[in-house]
Write a protein that binds this ligand. Structure first.
Ligand code: G
Ligand code: G
Ligand code: NA
Ligand code: MN
Length: 246
């Protein structure tokens, strides 16, 4: 498989880039940005992280990728208008006992305020309630880093997470957002997630908001953050600066 070999080289040769997608509040102000990795392969063109992240998760490549993403996002922070940035972190990375320690050292080295960082725990592999994972998440929160459960309701990111982990944000998977307005059951599920979130209390961000109709339903249900093509697509930093300057 070319991915493992070429990704290793791409990391060393800086062939990856981060795009940023805004997250909005109900007042339509930008609250934060999510960093999404992109790989422009010299021969094969654009390769989606949905394809290469699962392969990276089979080896130490996910740690190298994660470290690259953190450093790149920290370097880009000064161009994000003082807003926090969310980076995606695989549960595989949290299995290393020294993950939070290395993460903290990187923030110190790059002079980054931990309160500007959000860690989104992805759902590609299970997040186990073992000592290393729990200690790492506690240590990050103690620094002031916020923790989000990504793709809530999809794959491994289930209600069980709410029992075992302390976190700050739930991101409702876009599969529940997609049919809002047509599917009564999806509307009920989204409302129920928001009700749970309010009583915890944690923020709820809806992903994949593509229509005004979905946006309206999500506001009524009690979501506090909104992300999706209706409001803003992932863009390279250069392009966002152009928009901000225009
Ligand atoms: O941006 P896009 O829709 O192509 O992302 C596809 C998947 O890849 C999403 O599930 C997203 O969470 C994941 N992803 C994007 N960037 C990163 C990253 O930097 N690290 C990890 N672990 N996953 C990422
Ligand atoms: O798994 P995660 O939620 O991190 O996935 C983020 C991915 O979702 C990004 O790759 C981004 O391109 C994609 N995305 C963001 N907004 C929308 C949207 O409104 N519709 C769809 N279909 N995908 C979206
Ligand atoms: Na994410
Ligand atoms: Mn997500």
């Amino acid at each position: 498989r070319f991915v493992e070999r070429d990704l290793r080289a791409a990391l060393m040769m800086n062939e990856l880039e981060l795009h940023y997608q805004p997250v909005f509040g109900s007042d339509l102000q930008i609250r934060s940005y999510e960093a999404l990795v992109r790989w422009r392969h010299q021969v094969r063109g654009m390769i989606s992280p949905a394809h290469f992240v699962p392969i990276a998760e089979e080896s130490d490549l996910i740690d190298k990728l994660g470290e690259w993403v953190l450093r790149r996002a920290c370097a880009d922070l000064c161009d994000l208008g003082g807003k926090p940035v969310a980076i995606n972190v695989s549960p595989m990375q949290l299995r290393h006992v020294d993950f939070a320690k290395r993460f903290a050292a990187t923030l110190v080295e790059l002079h980054v305020d931990p309160r500007r960082i959000i860690v989104e725990i992805t759902e590609t592999v299970p997040l186990n309630a073992r000592a290393a994972e729990l200690d790492n998440l506690d240590a990050l929160r103690a620094l002031g880093v916020r923790i989000a459960i990504d793709d809530f309701g999809a794959g491994h990111a289930s209600l069980q997470y709410l029992r075992g982990f302390a976190f700050d944000i739930i991101k409702i998977d876009r599969s529940y957002v997609m049919n809002l307005g047509e599917s009564r059951i999806d509307g009920m599920i989204v409302t129920a997630i928001c009700d749970i979130a309010r009583s915890l209390p944690v923020d709820v961000i809806a992903e994949g908001v593509e229509t005004q109709e979905q946006f309206r339903h999500l506001k009524l249900a009690g979501c506090t953050g909104f992300q999706g093509f209706l409001l803003g697509r992932p863009e390279p930093l250069r392009k966002m600066e152009a928009i901000a300057a225009a």
